[in-house]
Write a protein that binds this ligand. Structure first.
Ligand SMILES: Cc1cc2nc3c(=O)[nH]c(=O)nc-3n(C[C@H](O)[C@H](O)[C@H](O)COP(=O)(O)O)c2cc1C
Length: 364
């Protein structure tokens, strides 16, 4: 049997992906008032529907899960109706799309919180730096540590959001366990100093993320649910005393759930520069028995080599897919790539969002 390439199809349960190039989850801060997805967002995803699979930008599961201006939610009827525009348009265009379920935890600010209260987290430890609010940059505040008896309420928010994603017509959901947000804050001992059953050992720190996953799996078939993790990530002031062992434990636990995929963010150049750990995504291959997606600073050649060499089944692209709506075709044809413009990543209008050109159609 010849090994697959980046351009080979992949079947996950009853989901048929025509290629292995995935649109990584990308926050673009262009939702309408009330965190409602809009027709401009539908156009953006339709432009990228040739991806084997698209994962949406993070969608907050509740108002208190928001940490950036104009990010979409998945908790109100208006948001579900807005996402329905997106999923219908993507399906008409022949695409497949999972929603990323997001709660930022401490990476927020009272101005995003209902009633102006403190953001919540496993422990009352502030991230370093500043948060972008509707009133400009503000220092992070120390969050309020969640009480043990509040945690079932967090799990229930994820369950409801998973149901809303189903009602909105998505093909599946990705649980955001990466990049320093709430579930990552529970997993890592730099941010989780709890002394109850949800802190201390890695078994305890994994408890809330696994309860969330099981709640999502009470709504969706397992092959329609992915989990994203960033074992080497330092963004949002993240640290852990032994990330290789702790994430190894967690990923091994995920084998039991027969998921659509596990999605690992690779060590990024900036993480390494900040002295972060260097745990290659492929090192989870011997640990995880299911479909493995890798992401982070891939180009076409490296992605194809990862798939052909067996390190990855799927490769997600972030910035290259922002700038190249027809990325799978460009990679396959080895065509030149447009350069992404970071000044239009977060917020704004159609510029830097809908106006990156696709390749011309080949002459008939
Ligand atoms: C503008 C921007 C927004 C992002 N938003 C999210 C997000 O909502 N959820 C998430 O898990 N990762 C997010 N990421 C991380 C990307 O999914 C990806 O891991 C990262 O960009 C590395 O991949 P790349 O080198 O191909 O861009 C974001 C990255 C960028 C540049």
């Amino acid at each position: 049997m010849t090994s697959p390439t980046l351009f080979s199809p992949l079947t996950i349960g009853d989901l048929n992906l025509p290629n292995r190039t995935v649109l990584a989850p990308l926050t673009r801060c262009r939702a309408s008032e009330g965190s409602v997805p809009n027709p401009m967002m539908a156009d953006y995803y339709v432009q990228r529907a040739s991806a084997g699979l698209m994962i949406t930008e993070g969608a907050q599961i509740a108002p208190e899960g928001q940490g950036y201006p104009a990010t979409p939610g998945i908790y109100s009827d208006e948001q579900v109706a807005g996402w329905r525009l997106v999923t219908d348009a993507v399906h008409r265009a022949g695409g497949r799309i999972f929603l990323q379920l997001w709660h930022v935890g401490r990476v927020s600010h009272p101005s995003f919180q209902p009633g102006g209260t403190l953001p919540v987290a496993p422990s009352a430890i502030a991230p370093e730096g500043e948060v972008a609010t509707y009133e400009g940059m503000k220092p992070y505040v120390a969050p309020r540590a969640l009480e043990t008896d509040e945690l079932p309420g967090i799990v229930a928010l994820y369950r409801k959001a998973a149901q809303n994603a189903k009602d909105a017509g998505f093909d599946g959901v990705e649980v955001h366990g990466a990049n320093g947000y709430l579930l990552d804050q529970f997993l890592r001992d730099g941010t989780n100093r709890r002394t109850d059953a949800y802190g201390g050992s890695i078994e305890n720190r994994a408890r809330l993320p696994l309860e969330v996953l099981e709640a999502v799996l009470s709504i969706w078939p397992s092959r329609r649910v992915g989990v994203r993790l960033s074992p080497s990530g330092t963004i949002n002031s993240m640290s852990d005393s032994d990330p290789a062992a702790h994430f190894g434990y967690f990923v091994e636990k995920l084998n039991a759930y027969d998921l659509a995929y596990v999605h690992i963010v690779e060590p990024m150049e900036a993480d390494i520069r900040h002295g972060g750990p260097n745990i290659p995504g492929g090192s989870f291959r011997p640990i995880y028995t299911g479909t493995l997606m890798l992401c982070g600073e891939y180009d076409g050649a490296r992605a194809d080599a990862a798939v052909q060499g067996g390190a990855a089944d799927l490769v997600a692209f972030g910035r290259p897919f922002i700038a190249n709506p027809d990325l799978p075709r460009r990679l396959q044809e080895n065509a030149p790539l447009n350069t992404p413009d970071p000044t239009t990543f977060y917020g704004g209008d159609e510029h830097g969002y809908l106006d990156y050109p696709a390749l011309e159609e080949a002459p008939a």
